[in-house]
Every structure is written in C-alpha cells, then in structure tokens.
Ligand binder design. Structure first.
Ligand SMILES: [Zn+2]
Length: 286
C-alpha cells in the first residue's frame, strides 16, 4: 500500500472537553460574576469536535445555523438557563433547543461575564473597535485587577462626540436599532469608557473614572436622563447584540490558534445570525 504522501497528516480531533478547556483558558471562569452561569450546557465531554460556531445567544436561529453548518459544538456568550431550570422538555423554546442540539450531536457551552472580563475578551474587543489606547478595566476584577468588566482608555486625538459616534457606528456590526447618542454632539471628547451589553449599572463607575463618553447598550430612559443631568460622560448606546458580538471574532482566532499550538485542527466560525430582538426601526412622526 502506498503512503498518503502529499496529503496532510491525520490528527486526532479535539474533544468537547478539550475545546471547553481552550475556551476557559481564554475566558477564565474565576473572572465570572457570582450570579452568572458559564460552562458546558449540553454535550458529552468525550465527543470529537472539528468545527465550532460562536454566537451571542443560544436561540433557535443559532441552533438552525449550527445544524445547517454541521458543526460539532456551539459556544455562545449568553447562558441558556441563567437562573437554572427544572426541566429540559421540548415543551418550550429552550427545551426544544436542547433536544435539537443533542439529536444533532452538537455540544453547547458558554462564556459570559468571564469573557466580558478576560484579556482579549468582549471589553477589549469593544475598546479596540473604538480605537482606544492605554486601556485598563473600568471595574477591575477582585481576582485579577488587570482584567475586569469594561475598559477605559484614550482616543489617539480629541474629537467631537458626533464624529466619534460616526466612527463607532461604522465599527459595530449592524442591526435595526443602530447607535443612539446622548449629550451635546459637538462636545470635545477624548477619554472613553466601554462595556458591552447592559451598562446601566456602570454609569457611576464611568463618571468616577473621568470618562468623556461611555459606550454601552440597553440604557433605559430614567437612568440615562438622570445620568446626563449630572454631566459627563456623554452616552453612546448601541445594541446589546452588537456590543457583545465584537468579542466573537477574536475568540474564534484564539481558539483556532490554541488548537494549532497543540498540533490539532479546529475550525471556528462566527455566527452570521443577528439575534437582536428588533427587526426593524422606523423614525416616528409625520
Ligand atoms: Zn450580554
């Protein structure tokens, strides 16, 4: 028999447990908030994984995409059951997702606030999209103050809020709500705080560290108006999905590189499904 000269050497695939270990090396579970849920949601640790799909939300549309692509594993940012569950019956959408994944032989894991806080995670990715220099955590982790939720840093040169907003809008993936701007559009700005996802609880922290602008998502009327009454930082409010999705491409590259360092091959795809709840935005008035 001839040797398979010229073709790539066959390597053992990674397992679900191996990929989970790579994920947790990139997003250390000890960085997670104590109310959070991070880890393996369904799947057999011993099963092989050649391909993985990264997405923000473990929703039906992402399960459709995973099955359509034929991946072995899905890694989402958000947990499927943040507050636990007492059943996984296919009588509700989450239970149906679990059933469909298991039937298709697809594992599901997540890294949530661990990935928000980690070096190279969601906060760093968002800061990089804004072009921030000299970044440090907005809320340093008690476990490692060099990592933590949010980032604060400086723009290379001062700009106007409206120009920064245009740059940020162009740097984020698009979904219907877009980007909202709070504060004087012509204000000069240089120091910017960022935090992907819901940032209401970080308004005071962003003010305390002296940010001119705070980029986050999910800001409600009263917290935002009360905050703006008190002055800076001005507000940029993106969508929860867009401000967290930016963490996925660097994670995909990191997982592939970590696999390759171990002499294994892993293909990591970033989901193309927009899981923002809002499908359409209309300007109001006549
Ligand atoms: Zn989130």
């Amino acid at each position: 028999m001839s040797q398979s000269s010229g073709s790539e050497p066959v390597t053992e695939p990674l397992t679900v447990a191996d990929v989970l270990a790579l994920l947790q090396a990139a997003a250390p579970p000890e960085l997670a908030e104590d109310w959070d849920s991070n880890g393996l949601i369904c799947g057999d640790p011993a099963e092989p994984v050649r391909t993985v799909l990264l997405a923000v939300d473990p929703l039906t549309a992402v399960v459709d995409e995973a099955i359509g692509r034929g991946v072995d594993m899905v890694i989402t940012h958000h947990p499927l059951y943040l507050r636990g569950t007492d059943h996984v019956a296919a009588t509700d959408p989450k239970g149906r997702c679990v059933h469909r994944l298991i039937r298709a032989g697809i594992a599901l894991a997540n890294a949530h606030t661990s990935l928000d806080a980690a070096h190279g995670g969601v906060a760093d990715a968002l800061a990089a999209r804004v072009g921030l220099l000299g970044t440090r955590p907005l809320c340093p982790s008690p476990v490692d103050p060099a990592q933590g939720i949010g980032r604060i840093g400086e723009l290379e040169r001062p700009t106007r809020l409206r120009d920064l907003a245009a740059d940020v809008a162009a740097a984020l993936p698009d979904s219907a709500p877009g980007l909202l701007v709070g504060g004087d559009p012509d204000a000069a700005v240089k120091t910017v705080a960022v935090s992907g996802g819901a940032g209401d609880s970080l308004l005071a922290a962003a003010r305390e560290v002296g940010a001119d602008v705070f980029l986050t998502a999910d800001l409600r009327h009263h917290p935002a108006t009360d905050h703006l009454e008190g002055g800076r930082p001005h507000l940029l409010c993106g969508t929860h999905w867009a401000t967290e999705w930016v963490g996925l491409p660097p994670l995909a590259a990191r997982l592939e590189a970590a696999a390759s360092e171990r002499g294994r091959r892993l293909e990591a795809y970033v989901s193309e499904v927009v899981t923002d709840p809002w499908a359409l935005r209309l300007s109001t008035g006549s």
